[in-house]
Design a protein around this ligand. Structure first.
Ligand code: AMP
Length: 443
């Protein structure tokens, strides 16, 4: 199979040749002809499958060959993504693909000044990549109009709902023309996503390119049981012992990220952190330096779990397990990409046994345990299995404080606070309906 056989025009083929894309990936082989033919799409595809080109190439082609010239402040195709980093990354790819096309493309997201974005939108943009919150701000200030819109892409739709963007999505839909092509990409398909699909797609073609909810077989995964307070020490010990080179580390809270980075820097390690409290420019700089291998260890909250395309990352460490089991798949999906081998190590304490059990149930895999000789935990991590069994009950979590019930789970997913009690498995997935999910946090 070649891109030419899929019906792509010469300027796109030329761009692909320069990028060294020789053969379409499975998602591209299925999506490109369908999108060119104008069909809606519902695709189960993770980052790393080539999904960006899967939707962008045919949309760019349609924008080139069909429709009127873009009017002032108008947008002809809109790609919604959950995070700022992803907006940058998707737009960078699209710019490469559109190199030889007479189209304008741009990305808008929060955390940076809105004025330059308003200026840029004045001329109209053929294809706009946006995070939902900033897009809505721009729309409400009349900086962007949708009357010319012919295509909408929801990229990482499940993540957008997890981040509490349901309200923004609803508001964006209300402003879009009913007649349009809609493409929905999601790594996982919860009931909420299916409901979203039912509300937005018209006779969609369903594509599933990788088995659902499984981790890449090229990633060697294991856990190291440890007492919570000894995690930093164990981390430094393993880093020295196993001579870690480039590592992406996930911690639960912003505070946790900062503390680990500070500790590592104190030990002379070249480390940096990204989380939602940092200005966007700082986040992007840290990520770029990590990609350029100028930083050895990048510590992040789940803001970095999805979508980021980091080539040949050998190791992901879960300093804390994720609250939402699906995020485990996304976190470790940063390694073992494109068939390379990778490793994913999780430091697990007794408090996290329910989270571990939820991950093992989701991935249908019992994670092997390797105890580190000097770090055998006093508080044993109960044995678990892939059927969701915790074979010995963990200690009962403390009762939450009075007012903690008011706190939304999403807030402390990426916040300086820690929950008063160990959460139950997969709590955030309970966004009640697509229409009512509250905004939980900014990406
Ligand atoms: P994505 O899943 O869209 O984030 O793409 C993952 C990575 O695969 C990106 O670095 C793309 O540049 C690359 N890629 C996408 N499609 C192809 C292809 N057909 N051949 C080679 N590389 C590709």
């Amino acid at each position: 199979m070649t891109f030419a056989k899929l019906g792509l025009i010469e300027p796109l083929l030329r761009a692909l040749e320069r990028l060294d894309y020789n053969t379409p990936t499975p998602v591209q082989a299925q999506a490109i002809p369908a999108v060119l033919a104008g069909r809606d799409l519902m695709a189960a595809a993770q980052t790393g499958t080539g999904k960006t080109a899967g939707f962008a190439l045919p949309l760019l082609q349609r924008l080139t060959l069909e429709g009127a010239k873009v009017a002032s402040n108008s947008v002809r195709a809109l790609v919604l993504v959950p995070t700022r980093e992803l907006a940058e990354q998707v737009h960078a790819n699209i710019r490469d693909y559109a190199e030889h096309l007479p189209l304008s493309t741009y990305a808008v997201y929060g955390g940076v000044s809105i004025n330059p974005q308003m200026m840029k939108l004045r001329k109209g943009i053929d294809l706009l990549v946006a995070t939902p919150g900033r897009l809505l701000d721009l729309f409400r200030q009349n900086a962007v109009k949708f009357n010319q819109l012919q295509a909408l892409v929801l990229d990482e739709a499940d993540r957008m709902l997890d981040l509490g963007f349901a309200e923004e999505l609803r508001a964006v839909y209300a402003a879009l023309p009913a007649r349009r092509q809609t493409l929905l990409f999601s790594a996982t398909f919860s009931d909420e996503i299916r409901q979203l699909a039912a509300q937005t797609l018209n006779d969609p073609l369903s594509i599933e390119v990788s088995p659902r909810n499984v981790t890449a077989s090229t990633v060697k995964q294991w856990i190291v049981p440890v007492d919570k307070k000894r995690k930093p020490e164990l981390f430094s010990h393993l880093m020295r012992k196993q001579r870690w080179k480039q590592v992406l580390v996930f911690a639960k809270t912003r505070n946790g990220v900062d503390q680990l980075v500070e500790r590592l820097r104190g030990q002379g390690v070249n480390a940096d952190g990204i989380h939602g409290d940092k200005p966007q420019a700082t986040r992007q700089r840290a990520l770029d330096s990590f990609k350029a291998r100028e930083i050895q260890i990048l510590v992040a909250t789940d803001v970095a779990a999805r979508g980021l395309d980091i080539d040949d990352l050998p190791l992901v460490v879960n300093f804390d397990l994720p609250i939402v089991a699906e995020d485990y798949i996304h976190r470790i999906g940063r390694t073992g990409r494109k068939g390379n081998s990778g490793e994913a190590i999780s430091l697990v304490c007794a408090d996290e046994v329910q989270l571990l059990s939820a991950i093992e149930t989701l991935t249908r895999k019992t994670l092997p345990r390797h105890e580190e000789p000097d770090f055998t935990p006093d508080h044993k991590v109960p044995m678990t299995d892939a059927n969701g069994q915790v074979l010995k009950k963990p200690k009962k979590p403390k009762k939450p404080k009075e007012n903690s019930s008011k706190r939304s789970l999403g807030r402390w997913l990426d916040s300086a606070e820690t929950p008063a009690a160990a959460p139950q498995a997969k709590p955030v997935r309970k966004v009640p309906t697509f229409n009512t999910g509250p905004r939980k946090r900014k990406p």
